[in-house]
Design a protein around this ligand. Structure first.
Ligand code: FES
Length: 87
């Protein structure tokens, strides 16, 4: 029997050490990749299924450009908080 702790790395994968600038539309929901394994960054493509991570739903409140976290270490998910600068 496998240990569930072995399925989740201690830290999510660093997709890139910079945020992703994304144009979002008010009222639309986006699924931010929290595991860092998606090939469609910064959004979930289902790759987390091999981990214990789950995507985070983010509903845009306005049509604008946002900085979504690329390093997956942010404390303000799904937005960049500058954590990539210390990696
Ligand atoms: S692929 Fe990373 S959370 Fe789904």
């Amino acid at each position: 029997m496998s240990n569930p702790d072995e399925l989740q790395p201690p830290m999510p994968n660093v997709a890139q050490k910079a945020p992703y600038l994304v144009n979002v539309v008010a009222g639309k929901t986006y699924w931010w990749c929290s595991c860092g394994l998606s090939k469609k960054q910064p959004f979930c493509d289902g790759s987390h299924k091999t981990t214990a991570y789950e995507p985070l739903a983010y509903k845009a409140t306005e049509t604008t450009t946002v900085e979504l976290c690329g390093c997956k270490q942010t404390g303000t998910k799904p937005f960049c908080d500058g954590s990539h600068e210390s990696l």
